[in-house]
Design a protein around this ligand. Structure first.
Ligand code: CMP
Length: 137
């Protein structure tokens, strides 16, 4: 069984679609093994997205991710990492296929509703970043 990290971003939390997004995962064979709503601070958001520190959009990304609460989740299931990415759709909602989470709930490349780990190695690191072993059940 694979595990991956999902974040429901501040835009989707503000819109009140936490339940609708969680339903996409559960209806498609992904079990929610851990879930919490948190407010990221600049230091934590910057550390989580450290891989993007040199990218021109880093400042805006951190500002956006700290603009309101997020919901972090561990999703578990067969091919959980790639299945989650299929359900999310393309990073830029304008390019996201119809019926994907980003096509249905996202506004822009910054306010793009969800984050999902992009490799199994990153998934393991990102899960550890937010959750202790005891919290993933
Ligand atoms: P996410 O999957 O959370 O990973 C990094 C985020 O940076 C990405 O989703 C986008 O919301 C944001 N971002 C902003 N501009 C870009 C860009 N040009 N390319 C990739 N990601 C971007």
């Amino acid at each position: 069984m694979e595990q991956t990290l999902s974040i429901i971003k501040p835009d989707a939390v503000k819109k009140g679609v936490i339940g609708k997004i969680a339903d996409r995962f559960e209806s498609n064979g992904l079990r929610i093994a851990a879930m919490k709503k948190i407010q990221l601070d600049t230091k934590t958001a910057g550390a989580f997205y450290a891989i993007h520190a040199e990218r021109p959009f880093f400042g805006e990304l951190v500002e956006f991710m700290t603009s309101g609460p997020v919901v972090v989740m561990v999703l578990e299931g067969e091919n959980a990492m790639s299945k989650n990415r299929d359900l999310m759709g393309a990073t830029n909602p304008k390019e996201a296929a119809a019926g994907t989470i980003r096509a249905d709930f996202a506004e822009s490349i910054d306010a793009n509703a969800v984050h999902g780990s992009d490799s199994l190695e990153n998934a393991a690191n990102e899960i550890q970043f937010f959750f202790s072993k005891e919290e993933v059940i």
